[in-house]
Design a protein around this ligand. Structure first.
Ligand SMILES: C[S@@+](CC[C@H](N)C(=O)[O-])C[C@H]1O[C@@H](n2cnc3c(N)ncnc32)[C@H](O)[C@@H]1O
Length: 270
């Protein structure tokens, strides 16, 4: 396996005085890589919005189903996972390389604590390749430049943006980021996204007070969006069945699955 780690530019030590998203998300999915401040803020958000832990778990399970589908049924061998988060069970490379050991994966995050755990993300198969890039989703050109060292942009790429566009507060800028990255990948590439919503029909009424609390007490600032705004990120792409739905319901096993106020979709570039 080729392993590489593109050195961070101006990376900083983790700030343990303020709750950070990657660590709080880790707390919500039951991980141990977080500090007291993350647990306190995470628990307070959960008291405003009790389904938040279910959302975090539903999002990770969606990731598992989407990567399994794309590596297994669609035969894609390259993944660009933007807003990776801290390593947990079944990270993108583990699922993809279990199906196809030669899969190539590039992880991108801008949180120093995710960088500290990059070694776990970089341990893959002998045949494949994995890179970790410290970069900001607001700078898609930097992501593409550095990802091109590992991924072949003449062949299909799965662009994963799970729980990350909600940190680009300006909707036009978020659309611009998606467009820039999807323009750089060829036909047959996929966009996979999840995004929180305040839509009542998805059970998102508590998102607004929960996010107001988050924005006053934690970092980085976050926003939820409507199904319409989230669907617009898929413009020019063909959604795979069942389209944009609660991520808990996307190709979920038969039976009654509770709706999570976090939309998910997979779409292919024609
Ligand atoms: C909600 S977590 C999602 C993790 C993973 N994608 C998942 O779905 O389980 C969001 C991740 O995005 C990262 N993040 C937040 N703002 C970012 C930015 N401006 N650039 C790059 N990564 C960012 C955080 O550090 C965190 O790891």
């Amino acid at each position: 396996m080729e392993e590489s780690h593109t050195p961070p530019r101006g990376s900083t030590r983790p700030d343990t005085s303020v709750a950070h998203n990657a660590r709080v998300w880790n707390h919500w999915v039951g991980g141990k890589d977080n500090y007291e401040v993350d647990q306190q803020v995470g628990d307070q958000v959960a008291s405003i919005m009790p389904v938040i832990r279910d959302i975090a778990r539903a999002d990770r399970e969606f990731l598992g189903r989407a990567v399994t589908y794309l590596a297994g049924e669609r035969g894609v061998r390259q993944f660009l996972d933007v807003g990776t988060g801290l390593p947990t069970a079944d990270n993108t490379h583990e699922i993809a390389q279990r199906i196809a050991p030669g899969s190539r994966i590039v992880y991108v995050d801008n949180d120093p604590i995710v960088l500290m755990h990059a070694r776990t993300l970089l341990a893959g198969t002998r045949d494949g390749a994995i890179d970790y890039i410290e970069a900001d989703v607001h700078d898609p050109d930097a992501i593409l430049d550095r990802a091109a060292q590992t991924l072949d942009f003449d062949r299909p790429v799965v662009v994963m943006m799970l729980g990350i566009l909600n940190f680009v507060l300006d909707t036009e800028k978020a659309r611009g980021t998606v467009r820039r990255i999807m323009d750089a990948v060829p036909s047959g590439s996929f966009l996979v996204l999840t995004h929180p919503t305040y839509d009542a029909e998805a059970g998102g009424e508590d998102q607004i007070p929960a996010m107001e609390f988050w924005n006053e007490n934690a970092t980085p600032p976050i926003t939820a969006r409507s199904a319409e705004d989230i669907a617009a990120f898929l413009e020019g792409l063909n959604p795979v069945e069942p389209g944009l739905v609660s991520c808990s319901r996307w190709r979920a096993r038969a039976g009654s699955v509770p709706v999570a106020p976090q939309y998910g979709a997979v779409a292919v570039k024609p």
